[in-house]
Each structure stands twice: as C-alpha cells, then as structure tokens.
Design a binder for this molecule. Sequence first.
Ligand code: FAD
Length: 499
Amino acid sequence: MAILITPDDVRFADLKRARNGRWPEDRSEEVSTIALCLSAQDTAEVLQRVVSAGQRPTIRSGGHCYEDFYANNPKGTLIDMSMQSQVSALSNNASYRIEAGATLGRTYQELYKLYNVTLPGGTCDSVGIGGHVTGGGYGFVSRLYGTTADWLSGVDILTVDAAGKVTMRSCSAKQDGDLFRACRGAGGGNFGLIVAYTFEKLPPAPQEVMVSNMIFPWAEMSEEKFARIFDAFGGYFATRGQDPDTWGLFGVIEANHKASGYMRVSAQFCNPDGTCKETKVLDEFLALFEGLKPSATVPVGAGNSSSQSFGPHMMTRIPWAETGAAGGARRGLTRGKYKSTCMKKKFTEYEIRTLFKYLTQTRPGVDFSRTLLEVDSYGGAMNRKEMLEETVAFQRSSIMKLQYQTYWSDPAEDEGHTSWMHEFYKEVYSGSDVDAAHQGTPYPGANYEGCYINWCDRDMTEYSYWPELYYGPNYDFLQQVKRKYDPNNVFHHAMSIRP
Ligand SMILES: Cc1cc2nc3c(=O)[nH]c(=O)nc-3n(C[C@H](O)[C@H](O)[C@H](O)COP(=O)(O)OP(=O)(O)OC[C@H]3O[C@@H](n4cnc5c(N)ncnc54)[C@H](O)[C@@H]3O)c2cc1C
C-alpha cells in the first residue's frame, strides 16, 4: 500500500519541496498529496486513482529536476518513486533491472559489487535513475562507453489510454518500439510513469582511475591566461580527444565566477582496458596546462567546496569502488538556475571574451560566489552515429557540453541571478557565428547542437523553435508517440512534448 502524505502530516512540509529550493514557487503551487509508492502494483493503483479523480499526477524519482516540473502541481498528486530502488540481475547476470527510484550512487555500488559492471551515468550520487536515464544521462566514463540511454534494452512504463485506463507496458525494440525509442533521450514526465529500466548488457567497471585537479586562483588570472585555458581544453577535444585511445579521459573546466576565488581543470582517466598502467594520454592532456598553473599552494574556500587548500596540481589514483561524487545540497535549501549548450567546435575568441566578461562581472546585491560555468568533455562513444536511429538523442557530433549554473539561498536574489544568467547566455550566442533567425541560442548547425533536456531550462520556451534545440529532427516523431501513448496529455510540464 502506498503511503499518502497530506498537508496535515508533519512530513509534508519537507517532502513537498524540490531539491531546487525555488520550487514549489508558493503555497498556491503546492501539491495536495505525496504518494510514496512501494511497488509497481502500488504505483499503478495510485496513478489510476489520481487520473480517475481528474487530478494531475507529477512524478519524482531522485528529485534533481532543475525546473518546477514535479513540485508545482496545485491540487495534484506527486507520485514519489524513491522507495523503489532495487538493482538486480534477471538471469545469469545476462540482464540488469534497475528500479526508477534507485540513485546513481546506489546503482554504481550494487552493479560493481554484485556484477562487476557499471552504468556510464552522471557524476552526482544522489541523482535518480528515473529522470536521468530517459533524459540520456552521461558522466565520467561515457566517452568510453556512451550514454546510459544507449545501453537501455527495456522500459517498464505505466501509460494512460484515451479512456483514462492505466496499463503497464514492458517496451523494448520489439514491443512498442516507438515508445521505447522515445524513452531513450526525450526526458521524464512525457509519455508515462517509468517503473524500471532493463539493460541486457552493461560495460565492465574500470579497475581503477586516475583523478587530477589543477587549481587556477583568480588572483593570478588574466584574460589572456583564461583564454589559453579554454583554448587548450577545447582544442584538445576537437582534435586528439577524438582518438579512441583517449576516450577513457573525461575532462572538466569548473570555471567558477571570480567571486569564488578559483577555477579548476580536472580529469578522470583510465585506459580503454579499465586500468591506469599506462598514463601517456593523461600526461599529454595535463601537459597542455603546463606554464598556466599557479606557482604555490592556494587556499580554496569561498565557492562550491568547503574550505580547504590545494596544491597547484593534485593527482590521485583511486580504485573504481571508491569513486563517486558527494550528494550535494539538501532538499530545498539552495536555489539554482541552469542553462546548457552542446558544442561541436572549440571555443571562438568571441565566446571566450564573453565568458570572461560575465565571470568577472559584479552586480549590486547579487552574490556570485556560487556561480560557475562547467565545461564537460563529450564525444567518444557518445558520438556513435548508429545510435541516432535507436534513440532520440540527436547530439552525436558534440565535443563539449556546457552547463551554466548559479546558486544562492535568499529569495530576494532570485531576480538578480536569473536575469544575469539570461543576459550572459544570450550574449554568448549572439556572435557572428549564430544566424540572424536564432540569435541568443545555440541552434543546431555547424557550431552547436542545441541544449540538453536533463539540464532543462524553461526560459528556452520563449523561442518558438525550442523543441529543435532539445530534439533536433526528432520532435515530429516524439509528438506522434505522445499522441499515441498519452492521448489526454496526462503527463505534462512546461517543457513536455506537446500533443
Ligand atoms: C547535482 C546534480 C548533478 C547532475 N549531474 C548530472 C550528470 O553528471 N550527468 C547528467 O547527464 N545529468 C546530471 N544531472 C541532471 C540529471 O540527470 C537530471 O536532473 C535528471 O532528470 C534527474 O533525474 P531525477 O530522477 O533525479 O529527477 P526528478 O526530478 O525526479 O525527475 C526529473 C524529470 O523526470 C520526471 N521523472 C522522474 N521520474 C520519472 C519516472 N519514474 N517516470 C517518468 N518520468 C519521471 C520528473 O517528473 C521530472 O520531469 C545532474 C543534476 C543535479 C541536480
């Protein structure tokens, strides 16, 4: 039996809240009930009751959605899947079943300890499988192995037909193949309620990885040095980083705003055989930043990390079992705004100039000490063209994925942070490389491949062509799937596929 939490329950105040403290926006946007579902049967019954009562169901697995998609649902029911988190093998370890409520951290640990395999998913332990995989989810070993959605072989999903009847479907390439393909990259909250994912095969867990951190204090930063860091990083992934022997290298620029005190370039590395016996590829990458590194140990503390000191370059060898990022902020305490870009080429001079301008800017009343641009390396196995037909993730030529992030706690800073971010992003994509019809956006073309739905940004709906940014040529197909499997548009949010 599902546990129903209503406003008279002391747990309601905590459980109604999203991880992003901005949602629900106010009391009038709150859900009326949170249903903690303990089994697939439970979930089907709750969904049927909600739909029959004419309520709107929203869904939460790990709760990491950046926008208000599940938390703003006045008088509706929030179906919470977090109690269904089993990770198991189906037969002879030949296929794996992961329930939607499992977190990435639990999934990595169980897959490694029980079966010595891994899922090439995201870097944050507390992200939920439910939203992550269907949005395409990727992370540290995805250049080597592809995205999580690339490995999917089945999805157990509850859909609602035109008469309002709930049905459990086990979809795969052979059964409801159109729905299965749509679940591989379209993002959550679109076609139905996903109960579990099946993976016929998963890649082997690496045996060990090398982790390297280079810290660049803003006190020693110049515009010229900033440009050289971005140029070296982008240039590498546009050229040498395309070679298969480098695919075990995942690089990140954490370009924190000047107010945080430092920037960081990090890399996680293993060879394609899952070992670090040979480190030539990593050494080559790190050598690009030789001469740019600071001369001495620098204190780090004002920004995203707790106070600590780093040497100018730290390198650690870590057994695979001990990897995995920390969980991050507690539910509802931190407010955030995010934007994303998929890049096909290295940074242009104009882009770098604009990044520098905004990452050194100050605004009265806005604290930028928790603001950053994260540049992730991309490409490798994620760019396998054969996956274009099997999934709806069309971004198969990108070399970097950018995530603009800003965090704060005081609601009084909402406007300052969101408007700054809006201007920043718009200006970066208003250079001469962007055609007149798509100014302000990384419209898919020679330089960009749009945006990433797992890093959703409802501001983008201001552009009539926003679906092309997220789904490229696949939006018509997704609308057909929507009309077929969710004819009453039961599952919807600000950026869901329109019927
Ligand atoms: C700290 C942090 C780190 C991140 N790191 C990465 C990363 O390294 N790589 C990466 O690719 N992404 C990353 N992300 C983005 C993350 O992949 C997405 O936010 C993802 O959608 C989260 O899934 P969730 O289940 O935790 O979120 P939820 O908020 O529960 O769900 C996200 C969306 O999917 C819907 N949904 C949830 N469960 C289901 C379900 N069972 N059936 C149908 N729809 C459902 C929700 O209604 C919502 O619309 C990160 C996010 C955060 C906050």
